[in-house]
Design a protein around this ligand. Structure first.
Ligand code: KIV
Ligand code: ZN
Length: 511
C-alpha cells in the first residue's frame, strides 16, 4: 500500500493572485465544483480577510462543496483568522491555513519582528485557528530562504500548538530540487513529533522548477503538494497540479505515493480555468497543451500507429482529452441533450437553466450541424458566465468589411430597459464592434486583453473569446462563444462590462 499524497489546490487563492485573474463568486464556484469533481483533497478557496467579496466567495464555496476540504487563508493575526474561520464554517470539512514569514529578510524588512516574536505570533495564531477547526495548516512564508535551525524551532512550536499540516513554501521560487528535498528530509528528521503532522510543499515557478522541487520533496517525505490548475499563480506561477498528478501516476515506480484524483477531469478543469481567467494554455504545455499528445514527425506517427507506447507515456483519454467526438445534432431532443451534459459532468442546475441552454443549443445546431462535447462545455460556460441580471445585452449585430474599406459595425444593444443602436468604424471588425458599444456605454474601461480560441477543429468551429477590462482598479474577464467571431467578441465585451457594472465585483486581490 502506498501513502496517500494530499492534493491541495490553490487555484482560487494563489492562482487568483495572477495579474488580472480575479474571478467573480459565481466563477469561483464553478471552478470549485470542477475541483471537487476531480476529487481534489483540499480546495483553498480564497483569502477571506482580503475583502468582503473574498469572504462571501469562500463562504459560498464552503456551503456548496461536500467531498473536498474547504480551506481559507489567514495571516497570523486574530482578525484574519476569525474571518477565515467564519468563512469556512459551513463546510463539511474545513481548514484554516495561517502563515507568517520566517526568512531573515522578511522578518527584518517586512514584519520588523525578531525571530522569537515570530514564533510567539505563530503559536498564538494556531491557537486562534484551533477555535474554529481541528484541521489547521501552518506555513512558514519564504521557508525556501529561511535558516534551517530556525525552521526547526518554528515548526516544533507549531506542531506543539496544534498545527496538523506543516507547509514549507518556496515563496520566491529560489530553490533547486536537491536542496529543497534535503530541507524537507532534514526537517522531518529534526523536528520532534514530525510524524504528528503532514508535511506539505508549496513551490513557485520563478526558475521553472516548481514541479521538479515539489516532486523531489515528495520523494523526501512530503505528503501534501500545493498546486494550481495550469500552474496559474503569482509571477511565474505555482506548481502545476496536472503535471504533479500525472508524474506520480506515470512514474509509480519512483514515487511512494498515490493520489485520489480523477485524471479524466484534468483537461475540462484546465479549459475552465483558462476560459474564466483569460490565461491561455500554451500549445506545448505538458498534459493540457493542445499539442501535448499530437505527433508531427513522420517517424513518430508511424511508430504510434504500430504501437502507441513507442512515443506515448500517457493516454490522452486518461487526462480527459476527448477525440472531438460527434455527440449531438439539430434533431437531438431535450432528453439526449440533458443526458449528454450529465455524462460529461456538467452541472445542469435548475430546469429554467436547462431550458435556456437547450434553446441556445438548438440555435447553435442550426448554424453548426455537428455539436461536439467541447461545444457543449462552451455553451454551458456561456450560459453560466452571463450574470443573472444582465444590464447590457446584445440584441443584434451588422458588419461591413471589404478589402480597401474601413470596417464598420452596427450594434443593437439593451442597456437596462432601453434598446439602443450605435455604429462605429475601426481598424478591424472587432475594433469597430467594441467602439460601437463604447459609443453608447462610455464605460471608461481599459481593454487589457483580447484572446480568441477555436473550440473545435474545422472552419465552422465556435470561437471562444475572452476580454479583460479594467476600471478604477477593478478587473473583469468576460467570455463569449459563437460561430461568428465578431458576435463572440461583442458578447465577451458586454459580459466583462456587466461584471464591472455589478456592485459585487471585487478588487483584484493581492496579499
Ligand atoms: O507562496 C507562499 O508562501 C504562499 C503562502 C501564503 C503559503 O502562498
Ligand atoms: Zn504562494
Amino acid at each position: 500500500m502506498k501513502d496517500a499524497l494530499v492534493v491541495f489546490d490553490t487555484t482560487l487563492r494563489d492562482g487568483e493572485q495572477s495579474p488580472g485573474a480575479s474571478m467573480t463568486q459565481e466563477e469561483k464556484l464553478r471552478i470549485a465544483r470542477q475541483l471537487e469533481r476531480m476529487r481534489v483533497d483540499v480546495i483553498e478557496a480564497g483569502f477571506p480577510a482580503a475583502s468582503p467579496g473574498d469572504f462571501e466567495a469562500v463562504r459560498a464555496i464552503a456551503g456548496a462543496i461536500r467531498a473536498s476540504t474547504v480551506c481559507g487563508l489567514a495571516r497570523a493575526n486574530e482578525k484574519d483568522i476569525a474571518c477565515a474561520g467564519e468563512a469556512v464554517a459551513p463546510a463539511a470539512r474545513r481548514r484554516v491555513h495561517t502563515f507568517i514569514a520566517t526568512s531573515p529578510i522578511h522578518m527584518e524588512k517586512k514584519l520588523r519582528m525578531t525571530p522569537d516574536q515570530v514564533i510567539e505570533q505563530a503559536v498564538k495564531a494556531i491557537g486562534w485557528a484551533r477555535q474554529y477547526t481541528d484541521d489547521v495548516e501552518f506555513s512558514a512564508e519564504d521557508a525556501g530562504r529561511s535558516e534551517i535551525d530556525f525552521l526547526v524551532r518554528v515548526f516544533d512550536a507549531a506542531i506543539r500548538a496544534g498545527a496538523t499540516t506543516i507547509n514549507v513554501p518556496d515563496t520566491v521560487g529560489y530553490n533547486i530540487p536537491e536542496q529543497y528535498a534535503s530541507t524537507l528530509r532534514t526537517l522531518i528528521e529534526r523536528v520532534p513529533d514530525a510524524d504528528k503532522a503532514i508535511w506539505s510543499v508549496h513551490c513557485h515557478n520563478d526558475l521553472g522548477l516548481a514541479v521538479a522541487n515539489s516532486l523531489a520533496a515528495v520523494v523526501a517525505g512530503a505528503r501534501q503538494v500545493e498546486c494550481t490548475i495550469n500552474g496559474l499563480g503569482e509571477r511565474a506561477g505555482n506548481a502545476s497540479l496536472e503535471e504533479i498528478v500525472m508524474a506520480v501516476r506515470t512514474r509509480a515506480d519512483v514515487f511512494p505515493v498515490q493520489t485520489h484524483i480523477d485524471t479524466t477531469q484534468i483537461v475540462p478543469a484546465s479549459r475552465l480555468v483558462s476560459q474564466i481567467t483569460g490565461y491561455p494554455v500554451q500549445p506545448n504545455k505538458a498534459i493540457v497543451g493542445a499539442n501535448a499528445f499530437a505527433h508531427e514527425a513522420g517517424i513518430h506517427q508511424d511508430g504510434v500507429l504500430k504501437s502507441r507506447e513507442t512515443y506515448e507515456i500517457m493516454r490522452a483519454e486518461d487526462v480527459g482529452w476527448g477525440a472531438n467526438k460527434l455527440v449531438l445534432g439539430k434533431h437531438s431532443g431535450r432528453t439526449a441533450f440533458r443526458a449528454r451534459l450529465q455524462e460529461i459532468g456538467i452541472e445542469i442546475g435548475s430546469e429554467a437553466r436547462l431550458n435556456a441552454a437547450f434553446a441556445r443549443f438548438k440555435e447553435l445546431a442550426d448554424k453548426k450541424h455537428e455539436i461536439f462535447d467541447e461545444d457543449l462545455h462552451a455553451l454551458m460556460s456561456d450560459e453560466a458566465a452571463a450574470p443573472a441580471q444582465e444590464y447590457y445585452r446584445l440584441l443584434s449585430t451588422r458588419f461591413h468589411s471589404e478589402t480597401g474599406e474601413t470596417p464598420q459595425a452596427e450594434i443593437m444593444l439593451a442597456i437596462g430597459d432601453e434598446e439602443t443602436r450605435s455604429s462605429a468604424t475601426g481598424s478591424g471588425p472587432v475594433d469597430a464592434a467594441f467602439k460601437a458599444i463604447e459609443t453608447r456605454v462610455a464605460s471608461g474601461a481599459t481593454l487589457l486583453l483580447y484572446s480568441v480560441n477555436a473550440i473545435t477543429t474545422g472552419t465552422d468551429a465556435q470561437g471562444e473569446v475572452t476580454v479583460r477590462l479594467s476600471r478604477d482598479g477593478r478587473i473583469a474577464n468576460g467570455q463569449g462563444a459563437d460561430t461568428d467571431i465578431i458576435v463572440a467578441s461583442a458578447k465577451a465585451y458586454l459580459n466583462a462590462l456587466n461584471k464591472l457594472h455589478m456592485s459585487s465585483e471585487r478588487l483584484n486581490p493581492q496579499l
